[in-house]
Write a protein that binds this ligand. Sequence first.
Ligand SMILES: Nc1nc2c([nH]c(=O)n2[C@@H]2O[C@H](COP(=O)(O)OP(=O)(O)OP(=O)(O)O)[C@@H](O)[C@H]2O)c(=O)[nH]1
Length: 144
Amino acid sequence: MTQARKHTEVAVGILLRSDGAMLLSTRPPGKAYAGYWEFPGGKIEPGENVEQALRRELIEELGVTIGAVQHWKVTEYDYPHALVRLHWCKVQAWDGDFEMREGQQMAWQQFPLDVRPVLPGAYDVLRWLAEERGQVFDPEVLSN
Ligand SMILES: Nc1nc2c([nH]c(=O)n2[C@@H]2O[C@H](COP(=O)(O)OP(=O)(O)OP(=O)(O)O)[C@@H](O)[C@H]2O)c(=O)[nH]1
């Protein structure tokens, strides 16, 4: 009998600067897909809601304390290592200076993105973000 895989719940932040740029960062060494660009975030721990998890992760990873969180989309992605459910939140206010506390790189990005490779679990949201701006996100371009 096949057992249903359990979802890993993940809180992800789309930090938006006033000029519309989005913050992407690389996955730290030692994790699955190390070096791939993603939106900052991480797994929701027992007893946390999406917002609490996101607030904790962004302090741990980036050293910033986020303000209001706008729940935006929920997506799923089936990786060989995990079936993830991603809770995407837009964030337009934060306090503190960015510090890459896990040895990542960060980049403020507009479309077309100039970083790659990007984590495939972020493609849907990148497509929607591009659509909101009347632009196109083409994942094919990223795999070149
Ligand atoms: N942060 C983030 N995770 C994403 C994105 N897209 C995506 O598929 N994921 C997936 O969501 C999961 C997030 O887990 P993580 O490993 O970053 O979380 P974490 O920091 O709590 O990990 P740890 O407990 O292993 O240290 C990974 O399986 C990752 O592949 C994204 O844009 N940002």
